[in-house]
Design a binder for this molecule. Structure first.
Ligand SMILES: [Ca+2]
Length: 354
């Protein structure tokens, strides 16, 4: 007779959106007000590491300069973590914009952002100037991602990436590559793998960089001689700015412009859903869908149509190159709009206090 054993699943915090690579707000205090559902399930045995994948991983890492013993030691340190699979498999709750933005655009976050900006004014101004990115975007990202370093994640990074890379089929290839990148990163930056914590998806530090982003875009911005995105706010500030710069941010260019839909029907252009920009501004605007505020916009530039669900209506926005760049940090248009609007709030309050 089968024995049914019920147990209480770990109280995993709700991730707001499956798009969030880093589940950036997983531990944000705002989420403690959310109802937490406790699932009763039968525990699954820890799966066995697929030998073929293991062999392939060892071969790949050896081709990149590691010895077999080094790769095996690294693999032996990693542990399967069911909570990681649970976190990533949770069905995406498609929150409408009107429920999404109040979680991010709060007085508390705004105050924390202004305080962070003031405290790190010099580094933020230098990063903005060196990388040609508006300072408020840097401050907004770090605030939305981790509430200024307060909530950077509690999953051992090695376990998170190992679990997703070897046991989470839908995105195993991506995460196995990140697991390999982690091995390189730890060696290059002399990080302590045993104490390295991050999101369930292996994102680390103030700005929640996954290993490949850390390796490619992190900068030593405080001149300490290493790139420390976990403990150095200045390194994180410079690195976020560099990330935006490298992804094509254009200083002083508009990010997103509100539209007014005068038709009873939905706009003809398709709402952006993660693809590369293929529309031009002129493909989206029409006699019935126009800019809310008259201004000159280059109609030949690439753009996307953004749709935000309000209570009983829909808002439309024209997203331009810089909006697309924010989505390189996180593919969700809701996330990107929250970052943009938060950056605007920060700038307004910051300028008012000057
Ligand atoms: Ca440094």
């Amino acid at each position: 007779m089968p024995i049914l054993r019920a147990y209480l699943a770990p109280l995993a915090v709700l991730c707001l959106s499956s798009y969030l690579i880093g589940c950036s707000t997983a531990n944000d205090p705002v989420n403690t007000t959310q109802p937490i559902s406790v699932a009763v399930t039968t525990p699954a045995p820890t799966p066995v590491l697929p030998e073929a994948l293991k062999a392939e991983f060892i071969k790949t890492q050896m081709a990149q300069g590691f010895t077999k013993a080094e790769v095996e030691t690294f693999l032996a340190k990693a542990k399967y973590n069911q909570a990681v699979i649970d976190a990533i498999s949770r069905p995406w709750e498609a929150k409408p914009w009107h429920k999404y933005y109040p979680i991010f655009l709060t007085e508390k976050r705004l105050d924390a952002g202004l305080a962070f900006w003031k405290k790190h004014e010099k580094a933020i101004a230098k990063a903005a100037s060196n990388y040609q990115v508006e300072p408020q975007i840097i401050v907004a990202i770090i605030g939305i991602e981790t509430f200024y370093g307060q909530y950077t994640g509690n999953y051992p990074v090695i376990d998170a990436l190992y679990t997703l890379g070897f046991y989470y089929e839908p995105r195993a290839t991506f995460f196995r590559k990140e697991f390999g990148e982690l091995m390189k990163l730890v060696k290059e930056e002399h990080l302590d793998i045993d104490s390295l914590k991050g999101s369930y998806a292996g994102a680390m530090g103030f700005g929640q960089f996954i290993p490949s982003s850390y390796r490619h875009y992190a900068v030593d911005f405080d001149g300490s001689g290493n790139r420390d995105l976990l403990k150095s706010p200045d390194d994180a500030i410079g690195s976020v700015a560099n990330y935006f710069h490298e992804h094509g941010w254009q200083l002083n260019a508009p990010v997103a412009l509100p539209l007014v839909n005068r038709s009873a029907n939905a706009p003809k252009a398709k709402v952006w859903a993660g693809e590369k920009l293929h529309y031009k501004v002129s493909d989206i605007l029409s006699p019935t869908l126009s800019l809310t505020n008259a201004r000159d916009v280059d109609a030949s530039q690439k753009a996307m149509l953004i749709e935000l669900e309000q209570v009983g209506s829909k808002d439309y926005w024209l997203g331009l190159n810089n909006f697309y760049v924010i989505t390189r940090y996180n593919r969700s248009p809701l996330y990107s709009m929250a970052v943009y609007q938060f950056s605007q709030q920060l700038k307004q309050q910051h300028d008012a206090k000057k």
